[in-house]
Design a protein around this ligand. Structure first.
Ligand code: ZN
Length: 150
């Protein structure tokens, strides 16, 4: 298990240091801003939806390694996916992030997102990890207002 944890930590550090899809989008069909006042993380998420499928996804923002890695991995994961598939993934990840620390649930089916499973032990960091997902909710709901994890 500790090897797995090291691997997960490396994944978060890697995406935190070299975020994927960190760029602007000229004409997104959906976008939203997210802000986590606890840590000061900011995420601006851009989506290009076509026939209910994400054709392009990217983000801008500044924040800690966890919030940046979460947004980076999120944009990678939703690319080419249908909105239904994304809502399903979002639900599973949400469940994992709010699970009882040390619980027996196995989140390895979530693939690399299981990297964030250790975050549920640190309530303040949970908001860093969920920020991108809350912002995704807002983007899919066409809610252009600034949202907050509070
Ligand atoms: Zn943070």
């Amino acid at each position: 298990m500790s090897d797995l944890r090291d691997l997960y930590q490396e994944l978060i550090l890697d995406h935190g240091k070299s975020p994927r899809n960190l760029r602007n989008m000229e004409e997104p069909t959906n976008q939203a801003n997210g802000y986590n006042p606890v840590c000061g993380d900011k995420v601006e998420l851009y989506l290009l939806l076509e026939d209910g499928v994400v054709r392009d996804a990217c983000f801008e923002g500044s924040g800690c390694a966890i919030s940046t890695a979460s947004a980076s991995m999120l944009t990678q994961a939703i690319l080419g996916q249908s909105i239904e598939a994304i809502r399903q993934l979002r639900m599973e990840v949400g469940k994992m992030l709010t699970a009882e620390p040390g619980g027996s649930e196995d989140f390895r089916a979530l693939g690399k997102f299981a990297a964030f499973s250790g975050v549920s032990e640190f309530p303040n960091r949970v908001k860093c990890a969920t920020l991108a997902w809350h912002t995704l909710d807002a983007a899919l709901g066409d809610d252009l207002n600034m949202i907050s994890t509070e």
